[in-house]
Design a protein around this ligand. Structure first.
Ligand code: NAP
Length: 249
């Protein structure tokens, strides 16, 4: 039997209880990785992801941590190291929205989105880098968004955070490249999850060349590719759009 592309790799996916993170956890596990399933509050949903991975013959465990909090991030990475002794793939996926127009945006709407969607990526990337630098190998994959590239009315906080994720990706890619660690981002367009369930679908579909929302599994497939060796070994500092053609540079 041929080995799966990620056999024996250790992966951590933040915000893996629902939506895109859930799909990524299932996809990496299907490719042979052992997966730490992080969540903030949905313990039952995270346990269901772990059970689905186990039912398919894989290995996973759920870890509660608010990744915007430094001490909880430290505990999260310690839990992964205690269990498996290394970390090969970090997927920074956890994210929230607090959408409203600029003039109505409260300081707290701004701060909470920046703290998680950008601050969480910083805290987790730094924690992963400490481990991966010693290993002299690793993959960090950040979930950005097309709105970090093109803006979106009502999402000043979210689009600023996602643009920040793109800048952070490129800087960390440059800092870690000499140690065999790659850092890339994917920028999804509109993907059918809880996060997008209240958006006005009809208007949006008109501007998406492929004429439909994306599926979480379609994001997960690209993340799996970026985590795989040797397929993506020579790719770093890149942003890959998964958006049905919404952004064409
Ligand atoms: P979602 O369905 O709302 O799921 C969000 C996930 O993040 C949940 O697992 C949630 O855990 C977790 N989370 C929330 N706050 C957290 C915290 N403080 N610490 C750790 N985990 C936390 O969202 P999604 O649509 O899958 O989005 C996932 C990522 O893709 C986000 O970064 C989002 O910005 C990005 N993205 C989404 C789209 C889209 O169209 N859906 C497009 C572009 C980019 P609990 O279940 O415990 O709350």
């Amino acid at each position: 039997m041929t080995a799966l592309p990620l056999t024996d790799r250790i992966a951590l996916v933040t915000g893996a209880s629902r939506g895109i993170g859930r799909a990524i956890a299932l996809e990496l596990a299907a490719a042979g990785a052992k997966v730490a399933v992080n969540y903030a509050s949905s313990a039952g949903a995270a346990d269901e992801v772990v059970a689905a991975i186990a039912a398919a013959g894989g290995e996973a465990f759920a870890v509660k941590a608010d990744v915007s909090q430094e001490s909880e991030v430290e505990a999260l990475f310690a839990a992964v190291i205690e269990r498996w002794g290394r970390l090969d793939v970090l997927v920074n996926n956890a994210g929230i929205t607090r959408d409203t127009l600029l003039l109505r945006m409260k300081r707290d709407d701004w701060q909470s989105v920046l703290d998680l969607n950008l601050g969480g990526v910083f805290l987790c990337s730094r924690a992963a880098a400490k481990i991966m630098l010693k290993q002299r190998s690793g993959r960090i994959i950040n979930i950005a968004s097309v709105v970090g590239e093109m803006g979106n009315p009502g999402q000043a906080n979210y689009s600023a955070a996602k643009a920040g994720v793109i800048g952070l990706t490129k800087t960390v890619a440059k800092e870690l490249a000499s140690r065999g660690i790659t850092v890339n981002a994917v920028a999804p367009g509109f993907i059918a999850t809880d996060m997008t369930s209240e958006l006005a679908a009809e208007k949006l579909l008109e501007v998406i060349p492929l004429g439909r929302y994306g599926e979480a599994a379609e994001v997960a497939g690209v993340v799996r590719f970026l985590a795989a060796d040797p397929a993506a070994a020579y790719i770093t500092g890149q942003v890959i759009n998964i958006d049905g053609g919404l952004v064409m540079a």
